[in-house]
Design a protein around this ligand. Structure first.
Ligand code: AMP
Length: 269
């Protein structure tokens, strides 16, 4: 496996490949969720490139950029063991005087974007940069970050990108907690309470046909054990608010805090 730190070198490597490339962008501290994306890419493409880059522009002031978990050695080993062809580990992808970053419209400012205004400017900009550098046929994203996946898929359409954007299901611990690099911040009690996110979504899944969104939301407030529930929202797959369940077009998203750790989860119904 090649470990490449420079964008121009990565482009050269990409040009040397004689067939299709699958790409998995990450912020590192790789876990089973990331691995599931990488494995799928390796199954579906002759070559797979993974990036590990903690993108500063998607963190808001006061968020955990400086504490974001890092384990480059472990990430390299995981990628090597899985059979990744190149790991892209850029130091920095920005210059001081950029004029062409990607700015989402209103759907970048609802749900996650409401509580993290500007977050998706950072996400879309860095994904655009990475796609331009790697030029993959397919790029893989987790549906755990539902809004991110939806916005990236739409951006690819809007900007006529050739890359096919693929979303894969959320990988969970055995008890149901969604795998996340941030889970390591949780102490044992918080880890237990975190499970209430999954329990809430299970409750919704089991009762979506018999209870209204208002009734479901009310129940969730008695199930949830987060210190702060920022939102629970019912939208369609285009992030439009809906009033009633529509099969195969209902997305339930939730986010909140346990201590200083922010957790998200969702359900695609
Ligand atoms: P991150 O390193 O958190 O930026 O995540 C990199 C990619 O992995 C994103 O597309 C995430 O949606 C995806 N991902 C993160 N956690 C999971 C999970 N538990 N299951 C599946 N994909 C995930």
């Amino acid at each position: 496996m090649q470990v490449i730190e420079n964008a121009q070198d990565l482009k050269k490597f990409r040009k040397s490949l004689d067939s299709d490339v699958g790409f998995v962008p990450t912020m590192g501290a790789l876990h089973e969720g990331h691995k599931s994306l990488i494995k799928r890419s390796i199954e579906q493409n002759p070559y797979t490139i993974v990036s590990v880059y903690v993108n500063p522009t998607q963190f808001l002031e006061g968020e955990d950029l400086d504490q974001y978990p890092k384990d480059v050695e472990a990430d390299i080993k995981i990628c090597e063991d899985l059979g990744v062809d190149a790991l892209f580990l850029p130091q920095n992808l920005y210059t001081k005087d950029e004029i062409s970053l990607v700015a989402p419209k209103v759907k970048g400012y609802v749900l996650e974007g409401h509580f993290r205004p500007g977050h998706f400017n950072g996400v879309l900009s860095v994904v655009m940069k990475l796609l331009n550098i790697v030029n993959p046929q397919k790029a893989y994203f987790g549906k755990k970050d539902a809004q991110q996946y939806i916005l990236i898929r739409q951006m690819a359409k809007d900007l006529f990108l050739d890359t096919k954007i693929i979303g894969l299901p959320t990988l969970r611990d055995e008890d149901g907690l969604a795998k996340s690099s941030r889970n390591i911040y949780l102490n044992p009690l918080q880890r237990k309470k975190a499970l209430s996110l999954y329990k809430s979504l299970q409750f919704i899944q089991n009762n979506i046909n018999s209870l209204s969104f208002e009734q479901l939301t009310k129940e969730i407030y008695s199930i949830i054990e987060l210190d702060e529930l920022q939102y629970i929202a019912f939208t369609d797959y285009k992030l439009q608010k809906i009033k009633q369940y529509k099969k195969d077009d209902t997305l339930v998203t939730m986010a909140g805090f346990l201590g200083t750790t922010r957790l998200i989860d969702n359900l695609w119904l």
